[in-house]
Write a new protein. Structure first.
Length: 322
């Protein structure tokens, strides 16, 4: 008698899809909390709240899973570098949405997979065919459609999301190296507490050093709520995507990630009254379309390479920004 293995696999895939949808819905709540906090608090303080909150909330998870806290020198160094890159990426995005609509900034950040593809080609000699290079060109053209009117409306701050995408691409290169040796939940926890360890001294010394972005203020009741939301939704969203990738192949989940843009538009409109202009919609369409084409090409190349890789899914978290 055959075992009914297929339904169990389907159930796991459905759980992965559900968790991916949860990520797409909760990540914009992190952005909204940060934007609300940015109305009264400096960028560095909001960035620190993300790492402190995420570290505190993930500690019980690490303990419940009985994950090891031990790290070798190599993994500790990579974890610190990963934390610094995520600090720079988070700071850049918070600096952007303090002024820009969330959807506009997030659309530009979605060029990160294209930057990562080019970095893999330049730094590691990874094979990149003309079709994927063409998809990168289209994706960057879409970003320019969003950046150009944003530069006119907001000034150089419109370049912060591009910096966020660049730092996040390097962050994912480090994640790729570190992920071979460390459980993803432990990796997130170590990144959180190391980021907090870097940022807290900066907040303490910021006023004396004249660093306005790291000169904290005492929040009012609403400010504490927004800071707590930054830490909470950062933890919930990243735990959701971490476990989604353990239940379902990334090749299945990657196309769903573009629903985050839809959720960001909805949150931006409902909370802040922001709605993307026509040029922004055109840019979003180009970025999403070229990104989905890259997902398709990765699947085709993986299927041609080995049946096993095609079954497990060709993409990984590196192709999925934020």
């Amino acid at each position: 008698m055959l075992r009914p293995a297929a339904p169990a696999r389907t159930d796991r895939a459905l759980a992965g899809v559900a968790l991916m949808l949860a990520f797409c819905l909760t990540a914009p709540l992190l952005d909204a909390s940060a934007k609300l906090a940015a109305q009264t608090m400096p960028t560095g303080q909001i960035t620190a709240a993300r790492f402190v909150g995420q570290g505190l909330l993930m500690l019980p998870v690490v303990l419940a899973l009985r994950l090891s806290f031990a790290m070798g020198a190599r993994d500790a160094g990579l974890s610190l570098l990963r934390a610094i890159l995520l600090i720079l990426s988070t700071y850049s995005f918070v600096a952007a949405i303090a002024v820009m609509p969330i959807a506009d900034a997030l659309a530009i950040v979605f060029v990160e997979p294209f930057i990562l593809l080019l970095l893999g080609w330049l730094l590691f000699g990874e094979s990149v065919g003309p079709r994927r290079i063409g998809a990168c060109a289209v994706g960057f053209a879409g970003a320019l459609l969003v950046i150009r009117p944003s530069l006119a409306a907001f000034g150089p701050v419109a370049l912060w999301p591009l910096a966020c995408a660049l730092f996040f691409a390097f962050y994912m290169l480090v994640t790729r190296a570190l992920g071979r040796h460390m459980h993803p939940v432990a990796m997130q926890f170590h990144t959180a507490w190391m980021g907090a360890a870097v940022l807290i001294p900066l907040l303490w010394a910021g006023p004396a050093l004249g660093l306005r972005s790291f000169a904290p203020i005492r929040p009012d009741a609403a400010g504490w709520l927004w800071l707590a939301g930054v830490g909470l939704w950062a933890t919930v969203s990243h735990m959701a995507i971490t476990w989604a990738l353990r239940f379902a192949p990334a090749a299945t989940l990657a196309p769903l990630h573009y629903l985050e843009l839809v959720a960001a538009v909805a949150v931006g409109y409902l909370v802040f009254g922001d709605f993307p202009a026509l040029w922004t919609w055109a840019g979003i369409a180009l970025i999403a379309g070229s990104g989905l084409y890259m997902v398709h090409r990765e699947r085709v190349l993986a299927r041609a390479a080995t049946p096993r890789r095609a079954q497990d899914g060709a993409l990984s978290l590196e192709q999925m920004p934020r």
